[in-house]
Write a protein that binds this ligand. Structure first.
Ligand code: 13P
Length: 254
């Protein structure tokens, strides 16, 4: 179902103590200041998932998510964590296909198909990331590449199941660089993605899918980005590590 979502991707940051402190500040500010039904998610490192979920408590306003899961379900895969494990721990979201996973851990579309299927099979909500590197943007072939990423990882799904996926468009050149896509660049790509989904699954299904923007989202650019008709919120890296900044970003959703 299409809804407004702001998710923080903490990546590999914070001690457990710092994580608890950040979440305590965040939940207080969200409760006091966020008047919209925007879904707020924090995607934290694996060892913090349960402690943070327990800190948030049952029926919490802020939800917790993982940053990856295995393509396997069980077995001799040292160091891996499966979607089944996440589901058994009550974790509702998982980021999949982040560009850092693609770049540093060699994740490709055929692997991501398996991960997406594992996550959906366990009723987790995947936040599927796509986005082009700078050289592709400079060549002008970015729309084709992002369409291909979406197609390869998601077009095997049924029209019913695709609606359970959240898509995050994160241009690689905007991640951690302080160089945000302009709101027009974000809107243009989000419209391309939605149109591509409409071509495959039909317009009403495409209208029902949340597409988030990620890449140097900050308190001072969130509002304009989120005001675009096809931008349904954000996936926030660095700025999600500071409670005040992150809450101001959440408040950027109208
Ligand atoms: P930054 O917000 O730090 O640019 O990171 C974006 C990101 O990778 C979110 O997944």
């Amino acid at each position: 179902m299409r809804k407004k979502i702001v998710a923080g991707n903490w990546k590999m940051n914070k001690t457990l103590e710092e994580a608890h402190a950040l979440v305590a500040e965040l939940t207080g500010m969200v409760a006091d200041e966020v008047k919209t039904p925007t879904e707020v998610v924090v995607c934290v490192p694996f060892p913090y998932l349960l402690p943070i979920k327990n800190q948030l408590g049952a029926g919490a306003r802020v939800k917790v998510g993982a940053q990856n899961c295995s393509e396997h379900e069980w077995g001799a895969y040292t160091g891996e964590t499966s979607a089944t494990m996440l589901a058994s721990a009550g974790i509702p979201y998982v980021i999949l296909g982040h560009s850092e996973r693609r770049q540093y851990f060699g994740e490709n579309s055929s692997l991501l198909v398996k991960k997406i299927d594992r996550a959906l099979g366990q009723k987790l909500t995947p936040i599927f990331c796509c986005g082009e590197p700078l050289e592709v943007r400079e060549k002008g072939t970015h729309e084709g590449l992002v369409k291909q990423q979406v197609e390869e990882a998601l077009f095997h799904l049924s029209a019913e199941v695709i609606q359970k996926v959240v898509i995050a468009y994160e241009p690689v050149w905007a991640i951690g660089t302080g160089k945000t896509a302009s709101s027009q660049q974000a809107q243009d790509m989000h419209a391309v993605i939605r149109q591509h989904l409409a071509g495959k699954f039909g317009p009403s299904v495409a209208q029902d899918i949340s597409i988030l923007y990620g890449g140097s989202v900050k308190a001072d650019n969130a509002k304009e980005l989120f005001a675009q008709p096809d931008v349904d919120g954000g996936l926030v890296g660095g700025a999600s590590l500071k409670s005040r900044e992150f809450v101001e970003i959440v408040k950027g959703v109208a």
